[in-house]
Design a protein around this ligand. Sequence first.
Ligand code: ADP
Length: 484
Amino acid sequence: PLSALQDPSLLKTDALIDGAWIAGTARFDVTDPATGRHLADVALLGAAEAGAAIAAARAAWPAWRAKTAKERGAILMKWFQLLNQHADDLARIMTAEQGKPLAEARGEVIYGASFLEWFAEEGKRVYGETIPSTDANKRFLVIKQPIGVCAAITPWNFPIAMITRKVAPALAAGCPVIIKPAEQTPLSALACAELALRAGMPAGVLNVITSDSDGSIAIGDVLCASDTVRHLSFTGSTEVGRILMKQCAPTVKKLSLELGGNAPFIVFDDADLDSAVEGAMISKYRNAGQTCVCANRLYVQDGVYDRFVEKLAAKVAGIQVGNGFEAGVNQGPMIDGQALAKVESHVADAVGKGARVVVGGARQGERFFTPTVLADVTADMLCAREETFGPVAPVFRFTTEADAIEQANATEFGLAAYFYSRDIGRIFRVGEALESGMVGVNTGLISVAEVPFGGVKQSGLGREGSRHGIEDYVEMKYLCLGDI
Ligand code: ADP
């Protein structure tokens, strides 16, 4: 598949530090999750190169922050255009290393690029304040300045969008960045970095340090311990988020964390059922259920439970599973054997405790899991508490609105939630009562660059995207002018 690239020079396997491609002293394997085949040997960097990247970013900072927001925005806009122009190649690279179907990969490229456009504009609007003085001889001003060198550690499920969502606001604000992409998907990150250079990104402003899973831990240590790195943005598991938070304590680093979710998806009696089924399909089965905002628990009210399960199962039976490069396929492989095993264990646990498999329910070979609907699911099952991160929809039954809210909120996570209702009063009541950072009402698709993405409780800290997304990358400075 990678031999079909229109621009083969987008396939980079070396890391990028200070504007130079770095081969490192060792390599690690990147494989195609759909076939298990070897795709590339990528530079395996470690602590020493992480230090070099930090030094390069620090050296690049003064000139980058001295540019006007409009000048930085022009480079980001050029980068945005290049991502769009090369969307087909970027999608191929992504499908090859991540597995999602080609059309979905292309969608991610466009979505990922949109953060560059948004923050190229938003960088021009980092306004300060003047505060009415309480002293006739003084004036109070607030300015906002770039925080400094930033680090971004990103996951494999959105190999491009999770990078641009962090890097675009940092760069727009005037901060240089060091990216440590997921070990499963470095090729997408490196292709984007190549396009950044073509867009005119100065040396050292954007660095990508690649590594395998052990090397990532060593690099994480260095990034967290560094005094120079003033901000760390991480998207990934809550478990690793907690480790990074601890590691950042000694240097009191600012943190943006986008961690696990356990999204409830509630269907009330008064919902438009076909619309709810559509929403569940998008929210649950996108990326084979491997997104942090995927519906993880479906709560359906008594009166419509059987009909909803039947309609959903009929749609789910039509999902075509296979290699993301094949036409007509709309669900690819799981990222790895561990992910597949987790999905299997959640299904086995539920079935063992009395759940009913309506459709699917089993692995398909070594890499795929058949899209599944489970009925008669109850709160004592694993899938009620843990993120399944796979194509399994467990459907719970509820009776009252209060009951639905209570069950939906019974989790330490609080990223996304969804519900379907046509009752305006209920929409406000439930929308306000759900403990999550984002709520989709009568829709299963909520993420765009213009809105604040992020969670409450143990789903994370801070918001990405929207006009708020740049705030984490600037520091407020209060200037008190005396002797007026
Ligand atoms: P997932 O469950 O999505 O694979 P992880 O939280 O394990 O998520 O990984 C997300 C990112 O965090 C990846 O880039 C991975 O290499 C990195 N990572 C994992 N463990 C650590 C660690 N201890 N220190 C720094 N980075 C880590």
